[in-house]
Design a protein around this ligand. Structure first.
Ligand SMILES: Cc1cc2nc3c(=O)[nH]c(=O)nc-3n(C[C@H](O)[C@H](O)[C@H](O)COP(=O)(O)OP(=O)(O)OC[C@H]3O[C@@H](n4cnc5c(N)ncnc54)[C@H](O)[C@@H]3O)c2cc1C
Length: 321
């Protein structure tokens, strides 16, 4: 293991891999990533990994546009292509005129940034997503670049490029302690050796406070459980002969996208559950929390009303992470 680096990024999920890549793009080649297990083995491996251009302000839209352009470039890398569905498009639903007005305002702001969105009525939503019912639907906001990416391939693609630009990546290398020198620089102690560095990036996801504690810092963050499920094949999807766009429903708080010939349905829970507040099992790696669909039955009702085909769809698997 090398003995010195300008920056040590701790954590090989999407946050750490992206940070490492972007540092090299800014010309910082003396950078190292340390991952306690494999890349993506925290949360990133099971992410629904949907990539929207929508954001609440110009900064977020700008960041997302940057990601979409980068992911397109990575997907088209002829030597190491990655799976990125970015032609599906997505609809953010509305059932009030007030929401539609908000979407018009947003689309106009995005247009000013050169980013295309379209406000469409309920009939057009149904034409683009044949599985939905237009009952109690006013319309929606169409994001032509909405899609999803393979999060494992994405992290490997980013680190491959970072390595090419001079970065080093060490997996199976847990950081066990951090010591600060008088001049403000750091000693990073791992199970496989030590590295001195100027800057540490803590990208440890749900273990952020374990590594924060090594620096005497408590980050005011809490991990929340988040669930989605995958259905068996749905005949209406096969018959439609087109990929279904993504759906996001701020009314009933769910999202939905095509996965193989079935659907992936996830939930934004209002009554959400914290996780790992009393410490996290060191062996919780590439792991999931127990299923708990009971918690989201009210949200499920909204999704079933919007997509009646779900009534007959079997559940293939549930992911709670
Ligand atoms: C069910 C579900 C669906 C989701 N869907 C979406 C979605 O559609 N779109 C979206 O944008 N986001 C989605 N998310 C959120 C997204 O997946 C997470 O925000 C993201 O993966 C977090 O990445 P991270 O790099 O911060 O953390 P992680 O992926 O957890 O990575 C942290 C890494 O740090 C490593 N680490 C920890 N401690 C140490 C140590 N001491 N030494 C070395 N390494 C260490 C861990 O091993 C881990 O690999 C979803 C999340 C869930 C749970």
């Amino acid at each position: 293991m090398q003995k010195h680096a300008r920056v040590v990024v701790i954590g090989g999920g999407i946050a750490g891999c992206s940070t490492l890549y972007h540092l090299t793009q800014e010309g910082w080649s003396d950078v190292v990533l340390l991952e306690r297990n494999d890349l993506t083995s925290g949360t990133t491996w099971h992410s629904a990994a949907q990539v929207t251009n929508f954001g609440m302000n110009q900064t977020m839209v700008g960041l997302k546009t940057h990601s979409i352009n980068l992911y397109k470039e990575l997907a088209n890398d002829s030597a190491h292509p990655i799976n990125y569905n970015h032609a599906d498009g997505g609809i953010r639903l509305a059932n009030t005129e007030q929401q539609m007005q908000g979407y018009r305002h947003f689309a106009s702001m995005a247009r000013g940034m050169g980013v295309d969105f379209e406000v469409i009525d309920a009939k057009e939503c149904k034409r683009r997503h044949p599985l939905i019912s237009t009952e109690n639907l006013t319309g929606g906001l169409w994001d032509p670049l909405d899609g999803d990416i393979d999060p494992y391939q994405l992290c490997h693609s980013l680190t491959r490029r970072a390595r090419k630009a001079g970065a080093e990546v060490y997996t199976d290398t847990p950081v066990t302690a951090l010591e600060q020198y008088k001049d403000g620089t750091w000693k990073v102690i791992t199970e496989h050796g030590e590295i001195d560095c100027d800057i540490i990036v803590n990208a440890c996801g749900y273990r952020v406070n374990e590594v924060g504690a090594m620096m005497g810092v408590h980050h005011p963050v809490a991990s929340m459980e988040h669930q989605y499920f995958l259905t068996e094949d749905i005949p209406e999807i096969v018959e439609a002969g087109q990929r279904m766009p993504l759906l996001r429903c701020p009314i009933s708080d769910y999202y939905c996208r095509q996965d193989k010939n079935g659907l992936l349905i996830g939930f934004y829970e209002q009554n959400c559950k914290t996780w790992g507040m009393d410490g996290i099992d060191p062996n919780f790696v590439n792991a999931l929390c127990p299923d708990d669909l009971e918690r989201v039955t009210d949200v499920l009702d909204g999704a079933f009303e919007r997509m009646p085909v779900l009534m007959n769809a079997g559940i293939r698997s549930i992911i709670n992470g």
